[in-house]
Design a binder for this molecule. Structure first.
Ligand code: BGC
Length: 417
């Protein structure tokens, strides 16, 4: 199956070369999944930057948080010989496309712009394959965050929880007051995003790495993993009845509007608060999932430049250069909720959550507490990620108890890897 896919992809790539790009010369066609209000506002920063350089933008949005649907559309486009110019990509997916020979060589742009010395190693491992730069990192997000409505917490006498026990006490208080404790969207990638923080809080950094990076069966099937699933069951008991299928940004809106107390979500959620004119510390709180204050589970959005036949095009080079410019890195990430993909950008323009995000990232990188997010394709390839998704979601929806879930996790991962 895999080799058939590879052959199909190779044929399609050859077709892509002969068919050429669909958009007019001088334009870039960008496939992405930034369709929420906050995401669209951030994307505009990039569009305007390029338009200022006379480069037109052909938009190819594919709704669906986490990018699964966008990746399906991408595969279809490549298979039909019509790869977009630039595509939003995450972690192992980028490596996979590079290994299939689908991506253009950005080494000249990278050398001219000095990427090697300003892009951190944690990102280079997903942007540079066999010594060749193949994508331009836009940002660094992280998943182990909690977002809270400050007025709701204040009205119920709840201080920012720092431990699991304080967190569950807060959930009880909100429930008793008739407020939905946790805003959540029941989609596999969102369940997995919550699981990133929950698993880290129970397994600790060594256990998280052993389970999701090294795929160690003893840890995947161990008592601590069972405890992580038990915590997921507590979270499930604190979401509203309509959670199933809800988009992540609608869950964020519940916190923004005071219908819910908390949301566990990556820092793209902050883009929604800002888009609604909310101010951190005043209207909302951002803090690390209790028990993970020193760890960062990250994912970085990058733009993969698809080989259009020949050398990297001048539009692709301009897009890559624009993305990595320090001024763009600041302007874009201030709006998006993420932090810069370069280590030399000032935090001056960032709000309190952004400053915390930047400081947390630097501290985690230097103390060995920075890990790729399992939920967002930075811990293992898509096949393993999807196997973990299936188990986490089945457990969240009550199909498995925690005991069964750990066993299923061991089996699913061993089949997928
Ligand atoms: C991406 C973010 C995006 C989020 C929700 C994540 O995988 O990294 O940029 O905002 O999905 O769509």
């Amino acid at each position: 199956m895999r080799s058939l896919l590879k052959t199909k992809t190779a044929m399609a790539l050859a077709l892509a070369v002969s068919a050429g790009a669909a958009q007019a010369e001088g334009d870039v066609e960008v496939l992405h999944w930034w369709t929420s209000g906050g995401e669209a506002a951030a994307l505009n920063v990039l569009k305007q930057d390029l338009e200022g350089q006379g480069i037109g933008w052909t938009d190819m949005p594919v709704a669906g948080g986490g990018g699964e649907q966008a990746m399906t559309v991408l595969r279809a486009r490549v298979t039909s010989g019509n790869a977009p110019t630039a595509v939003q990509g995450l972690g192992f997916d980028i490596i996979d496309w590079a290994n299939q020979g689908a991506l253009a060589d950005l080494n000249k742009v990278a050398a001219d712009e000095g990427w090697d010395s300003v892009i951190p190693a944690a990102l280079q491992q997903f942007a540079k394959v066999d010594g060749k730069w193949v994508s331009a990192p836009v940002n660094v997000h992280s998943t182990n965050w909690v977002w809270a409505n400050k007025a709701v917490l204040d009205a119920n006498g709840i201080a920012q929880p720092t431990t699991w026990e304080e967190f569950t006490a807060a959930l009880e208080t909100l429930k008793a007051a008739g407020v939905t404790p946790i805003a959540h969207g029941g989609q596999a990638w969102q369940d997995a995003t919550v699981f990133d923080g929950v698993a880290m809080s129970v397994l600790g950094p060594d256990g998280y790495k052993a389970a999701f990076v090294d795929l160690d069966e003893a840890v995947l099937g161990g008592d601590k993993m069972k405890e992580a699933f038990d915590r997921m069951a507590v979270i499930r008991a604190n979401v509203d009845d309509n959670f199933s299928g809800r988009d992540w940004n609608l869950a964020t809106a519940m916190v923004i509007n005071g219908e819910a107390g908390f949301q566990m979500m990556g820092d793209w959620a902050k883009g929604e608060f800002l888009n609604a004119d909310k101010v951190p510390g005043q209207d909302f709180l951002c803090f690390r999932f209790p028990g993970t204050s020193e760890q960062v589970t990250f994912n970085a959005d990058q733009f993969m430049m698809f080989d259009q036949g020949g050398a990297v095009s001048k539009e692709q080079a301009a897009l890559a250069t624009a993305i990595l410019s320090p001024s763009f890195q600041s302007a874009f990430n201030v709006v998006k909720g993420s932090v810069p993909a370069r280590t030399d950008v000032s935090d001056e323009a960032f709000d309190a959550c952004g400053k915390k995000g930047m400081a947390d990232l630097a501290a985690a990188a230097s103390s060995g507490n920075l890990f790729g997010s399992m939920a967002h394709g930075h811990a293992n390839p898509a096949s393993v990620k999807n196997a973990i998704y299936d188990v986490v979601t089945a457990h969240f929806n009550g199909e498995y108890d925690s005991e069964t879930a750990v066993q299923e996790l061991v089996d699913a991962v061993s089949i997928a890897k």
